[in-house]
Design a protein around this ligand. Sequence first.
Ligand code: CA
Length: 435
Amino acid sequence: MNQVDQTHDPKLRSWIESANDGSDFPIQNLPFGVFSCGDAQPRGGVRIGDKVFDIFAGCSSGLFTDQAAEAAEAASGPLLNTFLKLGQGPRRALRGRLSQLFTTGSSERLRVEKCLLDISDVTMHLPAQIGDYTDFYVGIHHATNVGRLFRPDNPLLPNYKYVPIGYHGRASSIRPSRIPMRRPVGQLKAADTDVPRFAPTERLDYELELGIWVGPGNDQGTPVAIGEAAGSIAGFCLLNDWSARDIQAWEYQPLGPFLSKSFASTISPWIITPEALAPFRVAQPARPEGDPSPLPYLLDETDQRSGAFDIELEVLLLTQGLREKGLPPHRLALSNTRHMYWTVAQMVTHHTANGCNLQPGDLLGTGTISGPESDAYGSILEATEGGKHAIELASGEVRRFIEDGDEVLLQARGRREGFVTIGFGECRSLVLPAQ
Ligand code: CA
């Protein structure tokens, strides 16, 4: 799997000073993304501290050889799909080389410096062409909380503990962090009427999710075995699956969510690699007493022993009132990827079990990851119990759902004793009024 190596050494420091002091992007992280500067074409970059390393410039100045060069060339263009397809070997070789180049005392510092840009001078783009997007539902506390709102006596349906539940989402409306989203309009039906009206959603919500970038993928008709599934993953990001709860409540039966989800999703632009997350792998938490064991095709000893992650996930809200008063964002939730009932490998294997082909650059979402307590609920639907309770903010404002002018920020951190903390960067988006 993903072993810890010299690139994770907590003593490693970079000559890029901003990488050394609590940045989301220390030398132990090294995520990949696509940026542009001025009118130039978007191209691949690596984030370190408050700098972006231009991979194309690095290739042109001959900084890479062998497998690292193969990976760097694949990651130098305007879309990273070819890089994602390469898989772990070349990706790991490139990571090792980048780590050398950025380490304090590197003899190539002068050449590398010529390839660096300030993050404040670039615009981030989607890192890959997203062919398909599938959203799962593996956050068991979220599934239980939402199920309880609809079915108080029977919150979890009987298939939940056997099937990694998912649905096909909309790839075309996924946008990178900092692109505003517009409040959607749709059919809303109040409980006390039989007829819907067409209006802007009154129940706009966020969903705190981990996004998963598919790497090599599989041929149609050739499922990915559970023991091989970790190799299909090329990286991770944050995903806000914006949701209109009133549109959803009216449209979701019998075929599931449609326009209540497809209007926009926001992702963090940096692809955090499986190698960077190796120190934060943990055992899949034991299932509660009485739960069934996964069926054999979803069960692998290595995956159970080290296929889960310990990553903190946070949702913050910034409103007009908080901005005007100079107050910090309000923390809506602090959760953790440990609350996933299924591992990422189980999601991949289940997705391909019927012969469905995943392709490099496909995006999977975990579904909302809530913790068991109310300070860890990953959607406002759960936090306010469907709008019953208001959240009070330091500005004096209250929120039952998300309002125009609000900005929702997701953040994530891997943190473990003996290792340097790494972050995902931000996933943020401002809500514009309906058109
Ligand atoms: Ca979702």
